[in-house]
Structures are given as C-alpha cells and as structure tokens.
Design a protein around this ligand. Structure first.
Ligand code: HEM
Length: 474
C-alpha cells in the first residue's frame, strides 16, 4: 500500500514537473499565428478593382505573381481575396480541402440564373443534381447526339456562307445554344425553341450589366425575360409529363429523379438547372470555337494538316453522306490537340471563385474565414515551367500529357465541368464540317482581345465564309 502511495506521489511530481516545463516552453515559444499572404489591398473599399479593370486581367495577376509569389492577397470590389497561382494551391482549394471552401457568386447572378442551379450548392443536393447532369451527358448519351450536332453544324455553315460578313463569336453562340437545347430537351418544338432563344438573348445581355432593377435597364429587362423563360419551361415540362415517356435527355433525368425519401424536384429546381446548364454551355464553348478559328486562320500550315486529317474521315464516310461515328470522333488526334492548345492559350476561364468557410492555413499563410479565394488557371496555363514558350501556339506540346494539375480548362474537383466531353465533341464535329466544306477569311484581322466577360478576339472575329466548291469572288 505504502509503496503504491509513494509511487503515486513520484508520478504526480513527475507529471507536475513535466507540465511545468511544457508550459514554460509554450510561454517561451508562443504558437506562431499564420500571417496573411503578401500583396496589396489597394484603396479603402475599392481595393485594387480599378487596377484590375483598367488592364488585361492576365497582366494584373501575372505582375503580382512575379512580385509576391504563388500566393498573394488583394481586394476586388470590396472583397478581400487570396489568389493562388500554383498547381498545388489550386488542388488544395478545389480538391483536397474543398470542404473548407464554398462556391460564391454575386446575388444578382444567382437571381438571374435561378438559386437552385447546381453550381451555387454543395452537399447532397449538389451531388444529386450533378449525377443527373452527368448521366444526361454520359458517353452513351453523347453518342446518340452526334447526328443532331452534325445537322446543327451543317445548317450553321450554310447560313454563314449566305451572309456577307459574320461575327464569328455571335454565330458560335447560336451553334452552342442549339447544341445545348439538343442535349437538354432532345427534340424541341420550333415554337418553344424560338421563344426560349428570344428571351434567353435578353437574359444574356442583362447578365453582365450593372444590377439595377429599374424599368428600362438591361438588368430589369433580363429579370422579366428570365421569368418568361420560367413560364415557357413550365409549359414544356407539363407537355412532357403528359407524354409519360422516359426520355434520356437532361429534362427526362430531372423529371424522373427521386431522392432517398422519394422526394422529386420542384418545377423551379428543374427550370433553374436547365437555365444553368444552357448558360454554362454557351459562351464558354463559343469563345473556344472562335479562338480555334483564329488560331487555324493564323497558321495555314496547321490548317492544312487539320484539313488532311478531317478529309480522310470525310472520304471514308462517302464524302460526308454517312454520319460521323463515335469511334471517328475519338480518333482525330491532331484536331483534338488543336482544341486542347486553344483552351490552354486562350484560357477563357482565367480563374474561379470560392469562399473560405473557416480560417484556413495554407503554406504558413492565413486565409481568413469569409475571404474569397481565386485559383488562377490562366497563370498556370501560361507558366513557362509547365508550358515552355507559353505564348506560342503549339498543339504538339500535347503529344505528352501535361503534369498533373497544370492543365485545368474545365476546372477540378467536385464542381469540375460535367459538360467537358460534350464541349469537345461539338467542337470536333463542327471542325469536321468546317474544314471539309468551307473556307474562311478573317476580315480586318486585328490582334487583340475583348472581354464579354470571357476573352474573345476583337469584335468577335469578323469573318467571311465560302462553301468549298464556290470561289471567293462569288
Ligand atoms: C469549352 C467549353 C467549356 C469550358 C471551358 C467549361 C469550363 C468550366 C469550368 C472551369 C467549370 C468549373 C467552375 C468552378 O469550379 O467554379 C465548369 C462548370 C460547369 N460546367 Fe462547364 N465548361 C464548358 C462547357 C460546358 C458545357 C457544354 C456544359 C453543359 C452541357 C457545361 C456545364 C457546366 C456545369 C453544369 C458546371 C457546374 C458544375 C458544378 O458546379 O458541379 N460546361 N465549366
């Protein structure tokens, strides 16, 4: 008994001594609190907004990356933000520690698209919706879309050839919209298609305007048009429900969904997600296609090589009389590399936004709760360490796969683009018909970029198109 008590005393003494030493040590070396990343927060409230909007955004970020390194802070539109310009940083935010960050969009944009669209959400709702979008864009579903996409491409090319000069970006937007409609609804009655297109154009104009909801403003008109789109979609949904057919397009997937508790989606949830997908699909694909036309036009040798690749398929298909097959779209190696290199060079989505939901420490720096975080895709795509001579357009750099997390035109992680295979497919199909059936000349070719908000060649790349059989003078 006595031995035990002495032992207990020694143990207690030892423990007290250890605690004392430990607490001293703690006092001597207080735990270092992570500091904010380097960088300038600019003027009060305005931050560095003026600097960002008065120059090429790529230069704005590149300058700061050179000065401060891969992690730096700034303040844009009153939002303190941390920029990440390294593959590890982007992976940290979008993949490994994605749960510490949430998607964040201005309220005006959320209202315009619809608050139930998947990109504003996280957790179960987001997972369910994402699965539905992904199933509607599975390889099986895409294979079925090929003839429809070909028909849209052929009709677009005929219409371009019948006009004097086209705004390439605008026409590509029409093309991408039609493909979007095809993937969402399968077949859609002409009346609905026209009504949707008309109202969608008004929404598109107001989307990037100043959000003042006063009569006469572009924003106000867009909100009204958005409500009309909701009504049109409600009619389409009603008709589809009456048919009771199990369609495999996006609308079909959304209508047939039931969660674990047997809950179906509301009409608003369906409408918001349809509009969301159409939005996500249009300007992105159209901008990349416009750049592809510019890059091919500027490099006639490359254009000839792409033509040769596509002509071989065209001839195999009896001069285009037989439809493209899925296998053929999977075997266009040069055209595919041109698409990848166009997405790298143009990097139309230069960055994305997230918001820290708690204080986060990254590489010894503090990202305070509530701060915005911006993974800078474009800076990574233009970093000579990963892509030597980054300004040079060179599809052969994709002969070898880029290093992990250095090429992210479609983002990364749980919100990465579910439409990436459709986007690439429609680009391949359009290029097949474009280079085998048409020629084009850029009118008043000027090098320069405009933002709307994605970067596109100046004035949307005005161009003249001819059918391959006709002469330029026609
Ligand atoms: C070249 C064309 C395209 C590019 C460059 C592109 C790029 C992207 C990027 C970078 C993201 C992630 C944004 C983020 O993490 O914040 C994204 C998300 C998304 N994209 Fe695309 N996209 C393209 C075409 C499409 C198409 C054709 C569709 C649909 C048919 C589509 C539907 C979506 C959707 C629904 C999301 C949100 C996903 C989520 O939040 O889970 N995109 N896209």
């Amino acid at each position: 008994m006595e031995i035990t008590s002495t032992f207990m005393h020694v143990l207690l003494l030892f423990y007290t001594l250890l605690s004392y030493i430990f607490s001293k040590k703690q006092k001597r070396k207080p735990k270092q609190k992570a500091k904010l990343p380097p960088g300038s927060m600019g003027w009060p409230y305005m931050g560095e907004t003026l600097q960002l909007y008065s120059q090429d955004p790529s230069d704005f970020f590149a300058k700061r990356q050179r000065r401060y390194g891969d992690v730096f802070k700034t303040n844009i539109l009153g939002c303190p933000s941390v920029m990440l310009a390294s593959p590890e940083g982007v992976r940290f935010v979008l993949v490994t520690q994605a749960h510490l960050f949430k998607p964040t969009y201005p309220k005006s944009k959320e209202k315009m698209i619809g608050p139930s669209a998947l990109f504003f959400h996280e957790g179960d709702y987001h997972t369910h919706l994402r699965k539905l979008v992904q199933s509607s864009l599975s390889p099986e579903a895409l294979r079925r879309l090929i003839p429809g996409i070909e028909a849209i491409a052929i009709s677009a090319l005929e219409s371009w050839a019948s006009k004097q000069v086209i705004n390439t970006f605008h026409e590509m937007k029409e093309f991408a919209f039609e493909v979007g409609i095809l993937s969402v609804f399968g077949y859609l009655d002409g009346k609905y298609r026209e009504e949707l297109k008309e109202n969608y154009c008004i929404v598109d104009k107001g989307y990037n305007s100043f959000p003042t909801n006063l009569p006469g403003t572009a924003y106000h008109k867009a909100i009204l048009a958005r409500n009309r789109i909701g009504q049109i979609l409600s009619e389409i949904i009603c008709e589809r429900k009456e048919k009771k057919q199990l369609e495999k397009d996006l609308l079909g997937h959304l209508l047939n969904f039931k969660d674990e508790k047997g809950q179906t989606l509301t009409e608003d949830q369906i409408a918001d997600n349809i509009i969301g997908v159409l939005f996500a699909a249009q300007d992105t694909t159209a901008s990349v296609l416009t750049w592809i036309l510019k890059y091919l036009h500027d490099d006639q040798k490359l254009l000839e090589a792409v033509k040769a690749e596509q002509k071989a398929i065209y001839e195999l298909n009896d001069e285009g009389k037989r439809p493209l097959t899925w296998a053929q779209t999977r075997n266009m190696p040069l055209t595919y590399k041109v698409i990848l290199e166009s997405m790298r060079t143009a990097s139309i989505i230069s960055f994305t936004f997230r918001e820290a939901v708690v204080d986060v420490e990254y590489k010894g720096y503090l990202i305070p709760k509530g701060w915005k975080v911006m993974p800078l895709f474009r800076n990574i795509h233009h970093n000579p360490e990963f892509f030597p001579d980054p300004k040079h357009f060179d599809p052969s750099r994709f002969d070898v796969a880029p290093k992990p997390n250095t090429f992210m035109p479609f983002g990364n992680g749980v919100h990465a683009c579910p439409g990436n295979e459709l986007a690439k497919l429609e680009m391949l199909v359009l290029i097949q018909h474009l280079v085998t059936k048409s020629r084009w000349e850029v009118v008043e070719s000027q090098n320069g970029i405009e933002y709307g908000p994605f970067p596109v060649p100046l004035q949307g790349l005005p161009a003249k198109f001819w059918r391959e059989s006709s002469t330029q003078e026609e």
